[in-house]
Structure formats: C-alpha cells, structure tokens
Design a protein around this ligand. Structure first.
Ligand code: NCD
Length: 306
C-alpha cells in the first residue's frame, strides 16, 4: 500500500505513472468501458474541513471504480472528534471499516499522524496550510493537457502563497521538470514560506517575488490564482487588508500570451472575474474535471494496484 501524504514523496517516475493512469481513466470512462478494479473495496472520506470538489471527486472516483463509499463530512462536528477523540484513535476505528482512508483536516501534519498508526493507506486531502497533493497532481495533469508539456514554462502564482496549501504541493512537483521559472505575486504578508524558496534555490530554479501583477501576467504560460485563506487568519482586520489585492480582471486578458492557461484550485471568491470564464485560456473548470481522473488513479496507487 502507498500513503499519499505530501508532494515531496513523488519522483518523476511515480508522477508519470499517476498522470498516465489518469489519462487511461479518462479514456475508460467512455460509457461502459470502465474496469471496476475496486469492486470489493470500501473507501472512507472523512473531512474535518469544508470541501466540494475534493470530497465529491474522491467519492465519484471510488464509485466509478466499483468501490463502496463511507463518508463523514463536517467531521469536526459530526464525528467523535467533537467529543475529543484524537485523529489517531479515529484512524484506528476507520481501519476496521475501510480499505483506504481520505482525510482532510485543519491541522498541519494530521494525515501524517493518521498514517503513523494506520494499517490502511491514508490519502491527505489537505492538512491545514501544509499540503494538498491530490490537487497538485490534477493541476499538473491540467497543465500537461492544456499546454502539451510540463517543461520550459513560466508559472505565475498569485494570491495567498503563505496559507494556500495547493501551491505548497504544486511547486515541489513542478521542480522535477526542467527549465521552468516562477513568479510569485502576493501581498508581503502572504508571501511563499522560505522552505519552498529553499527547495527552488537548491535545484537552481529561477524565481522572483513581485507585486507587479501585470508584468508577471505578460511572462506567464500558466497563471495560478489562489483564494486568500480567510479561515487561517487570526482576525478579520488582517484578512480584509489583503483579501482583494490581486484580482484577475477582463482587462488583464490582453496581457496574457495567446497560448497560456489560467488555473485556480477553486473555490474562487473574488479572484477571477466571471467574465473571464468564457476565455479559452480559462481552464479552472476543466481542472476540476481532471480531479476525477487523477483521484481514480490515486485510489489505485494507494491500494498498490498500479
Ligand atoms: C483548495 C483547498 O482546499 O486547499 N480547494 C480545493 O481543494 N480545490 C483551495 C482553497 O480552498 O482555496
């Protein structure tokens, strides 16, 4: 079995295996062709934080592969966590009922703590501001499908780079592919944590931190917008100061290269004007669709079936 806890666990080979399998899943999903490889399996989705895409696409992925799903949404309230049960004890119980466990939790390191005691594979569906590996994998697949390559690209990450867990997973994955460059556009107080900058430095990957959104958009092959993570702020005042600092507006579209792509892990609040949705470069809904294929691949990977 394979736990899926952090982007750092993947090398180029395992990434390619998952992306290729996701491509295969997309093909097989054509009516009637899907192999029900998880027929006798039970997948548990236990979410201690809100989710639309991640939970429902993991559940859909499980069902498409023939598995049964047990699910706790709003688990902070609806599970025994509310009574004070530890994540370790909850995991021990889930081990009795399910073959693979998908967990989202507000605390950094929660999935890792679960994995330490688990006899079944744990998939991290987001742990606080730390990691969100399945999202990064589907982001990777989307770039590959939209632009035909994962190399030699300029990525402009915009928004909340300190609390946004999706860049924290995507940047390490992209560091496996040669000749990419990065622009990080954020308010000073939301800039990328040092550990990710150190990783890029170590690998001699060029990056710049800037507040010049227009210039960074001109250079971008991939624009990766993020939501300011309101739930991670200590007070409303700090959030209000930065929440609308970098928004993508229709007038920005003319700055972008003709062959480029706009991503957003979603949900968007105010980061991308809905008028942009009709632009062919706006790929965020296709990105969410790719989540289904990637999560099918990840369930197979976690269960050691790839
Ligand atoms: C993201 C998350 O939960 O980190 N959402 C998602 O899974 N697609 C991004 C966010 O909430 O802003």
């Amino acid at each position: 079995m394979n736990h899926v806890l952090t982007a750092g666990q993947f090398n180029k080979q395992s990434l390619e295996l998952i992306l290729n399998t996701a491509g295969e899943m997309e093909k097989q999903l054509a009516p009637g062709k899907i192999e029900k490889k998880l027929q006798d399996k039970v997948v548990a989705c236990v979410f201690f934080e809100p989710s639309t895409r991640t939970r429902l696409s993991f559940e859909a992925a499980a069902l498409r592969l023939g598995a049964q799903v047990i699910s706790a949404e709003n688990a902070m309230e609806s599970s025994s966590a509310h009574k004070g049960e530890t994540i370790e004890d909850t995991t021990r119980i889930l081990n009795c009922y399910a073959d693979v466990i998908v967990i989202r939790h507000p605390k950094e390191g929660a999935a890792e703590a679960a994995a330490k005691v688990s006899t079944k594979p744990i998939i991290n569906a987001g742990d606080g501001a730390n990691q969100h590996p399945s999202q990064a994998l589907l982001d990777l697949l989307t770039v590959k499908k939209e632009l035909g390559s994962l190399e030699g690209l300029t990525f402009t990450f915009v928004g909340d780079l300190i609390y946004g867990r999706t860049p924290h997973s995507l940047i390490p994955l992209l560091s496996h592919f040669p000749n990419n460059k990065f622009n990080f556009v954020s308010p000073q107080s939301l800039s990328l944590p040092q550990v990710y900058k150190d990783l890029l430095k170590e690998k001699n990957i060029a990056f710049a931190e800037t507040r010049d959104l227009a210039e960074s958009l001109k250079q971008a092959d991939v624009v990766y917008m993020t939501r300011v993570q309101k739930e991670r702020f200590a007070n409303a005042e700090d959030y209000n100061k930065v929440k609308d600092m970098f928004l993508l507006k229709p007038e920005h579209l003319k700055l972008l290269k003709e062959k480029s792509v706009i991503l957003h892990p979603l949900p968007r609040v105010n980061e991308i004007d809905p008028q942009i949705d009709a632009d062919p470069r706006a790929a965020y809904f296709r990105e969410a669709q790719n989540g289904l294929y990637v999560r099918m691949a990840l369930l197979l990977y976690a269960l050691g079936l790839l």
